[in-house]
Design a protein around this ligand. Structure first.
Ligand code: THU
Length: 160
């Protein structure tokens, strides 16, 4: 038997250390977050994508009384992006959350389903998607979804 270790690297930054490009992307995520339809959880999430053509695409969580019909902010933004700009590459995604029930200061990390979706598009486009997670005090930056979803399912057997 061999024991293996997977190491994940990410940056944590103070807000003052964030680049102007990332600040704008975060600002867009915050703007759209506050327009989320989150009437059941009161947990508002915003996601913004920077495309290789310079376009910024935004999405927020959309809930439904049939709870499983709801969709996370990340996938709302990504599916809109891929429906309208199928040939564009996604360079970065910024994600931020706010709860109106109680103070929420942490970064929000994407759920497993969103990680899976980001992972497939990252593999398709052949270049990493940077993940920017914005909390109240700090920003975490991951170079690739591979750092948030190591050993992801990507069976070539299913590909024609
Ligand atoms: N949510 C997102 O939109 N993105 C995440 O990364 C985590 C969770 C949403 C789904 C649901 O509307 C609410 O947050 C509470 O789970």
């Amino acid at each position: 038997m061999k024991k293996n270790t997977i190491t994940i690297q990410y940056k944590s930054l103070d807000l003052s250390e964030v680049s102007e490009e990332d600040k704008l992307l975060i600002h867009k995520a915050e703007e759209i977050r506050d327009k989320a339809y989150a009437v059941y959880s009161d947990f508002y999430v915003g996601a913004s994508l920077l495309l290789d053509n310079g376009e910024i695409i935004m999405g927020n969580n959309q809930e439904n009384i049939a709870f499983p019909s709801s969709l996370c902010a990340e996938r709302v933004a990504i599916f809109y992006c891929k429906a309208n700009y199928p040939d564009s590459k996604i360079r970065k995604i910024a994600i931020t959350a706010k709860s109106i029930k109680e103070a929420y200061h942490e970064v929000v990390t994407p759920c497993g389903s969103c990680r899976q979706v980001i992972s497939e598009y990252e593999r398709n486009q052949g270049s990493p998607i940077e993940i920017i997670l914005k909390g109240e005090q700090e920003v975490l930056i991951f170079n690739s979804i591979k750092d948030l979803l190591p050993l992801s399912f990507e069976s070539l057997v299913l590909r024609k």
